[in-house]
Design a protein around this ligand. Structure first.
Ligand code: AVJ
Length: 321
């Protein structure tokens, strides 16, 4: 057994992991219409519900992306030379990355970057076992903030990896901002491999976010449970129902939590009133055509290079250079 890789903690000014759940909740519930940021779905319960979602028959994105990555992995890794860096933004469990690492673990330095130190430690322990020759340099950081990489990577060719269509949770304008930041982090010699969910028949989309077993509903409602537990909230989760719709003008799935009756609740020690029928908008999941996403990437300073899709054109994996 090799030693565990040392964990890089960037200076706070570089990463700014200073996200305040309470402030976000106060801010979001004070708006009209009410909103909550989807990044708070992922507490322990929410992360395990999301794992369950990825296994659902209706939720095609995860298995489709994995299928694409398996089919195109050798093309993706063809350009890697010894010492090149593979940097994963929001690496979590690093499961999808194994599809690439299976082919290049002897050549690349793998840099998983995540806000969760526990997730990085678990993933590193597994990868060290699986790839004894792989160099791993985990970094605790928030990919949504501009990250300055350690000096040791200043002269490396870096491939960024951002699977999962996480980019779809941002508005197109925010997505351009994030892709521009990735360009700054990866440099002019860098490239980015990014997974993007595609526009398709809305009924397929709606089923994927409104599954028969109700797992997505539990995932959405868990946000209220989390507010109750962590912020002294008084939500009755039973009084809210999950709603997923496709907004064709915006090109996005929207998730909401709707109450049929008036509610007065407390969260963070403050009162919030809900009128009958009022909802909290909890998530957007933007869908793109291949062309739309290439244009968006180019407006963020990238050149859209290769793109891979499945036969049914459900999901896309883009190479930006
Ligand atoms: C994979 C995080 C982008 O929008 O599909 C799944 C999360 N939300 N079901 C997505 C999610 C509801 C998701 N992301």
């Amino acid at each position: 057994m090799r030693h565990m890789p040392t964990l890089e903690r960037l200076p706070a000014s570089d990463t700014a992991i200073s996200d305040d759940f309470g402030l976000s909740v106060i801010e979001g519930l004070s708006r009209t219409p009410k909103t909550l940021p989807c990044r708070y779905f992922y507490d322990a319960r929410g992360s395990s519900l999301f794992e369950e979602i990825t296994q659902l028959p209706e939720y095609y994105p995860t298995r489709t992306e994995i299928g694409i990555l398996e089919a195109c992995a050798s093309e993706i890794v063809a350009g890697f030379s010894t010492g090149d860096v593979l940097l994963e933004f929001g690496s979590g469990s690093s499961i999808k990355t194994e599809i690439l690492l299976d082919r290049v673990a002897d050549r690349v330095v793998y840099v998983p970057l995540d806000v969760s130190e526990a997730a990085l430690a678990d993933a590193a322990a597994r990868l060290v076992d699986r790839y004894p020759a792989l160099e791993i340099r985990p970094i605790v950081a928030d990919f949504s903030k501009l990250v300055t990489l350690p000096e040791e990577f200043a002269n490396s060719r870096i491939t960024g990896f951002f699977p999962g269509s996480t980019i779809g949770n941002l508005s197109p304008k925010e997505a351009v901002g994030l892709l521009s930041n990735f360009r700054k982090v990866l440099g002019q010699s860098g490239r980015l491999i990014i997974g993007v969910d595609l526009k398709k028949d809305p009924s397929v989309l709606i089923r994927a976010y409104n599954d028969a077993a109700g797992v997505t509903a539990d995932f959405n409602l868990n946000l209220l449970v989390r507010i109750n537990r962590e912020l002294g909230g008084t939500f009755d989760p039973e009084a809210f129902r999950h709603k997923a719709l496709y907004n064709p003008r915006a090109g996005r799935i929207e998730m909401h939590l709707v109450t049929d009756c008036a509610q007065d609740i407390i969260a963070c020690g403050r009162p919030f009133h809900f009128a009958p029928g009022e909802s909290i908008h909890t998530e957007n999941s933007y869908k793109y055509t291949v062309r739309e996403f290439r244009d968006l990437a180019e407006s963020a300073g990238w050149k859209a290079n290769r793109v891979w899709t499945d036969a049914e054109k459900q999901f896309s994996v883009h190479e930006l250079i």
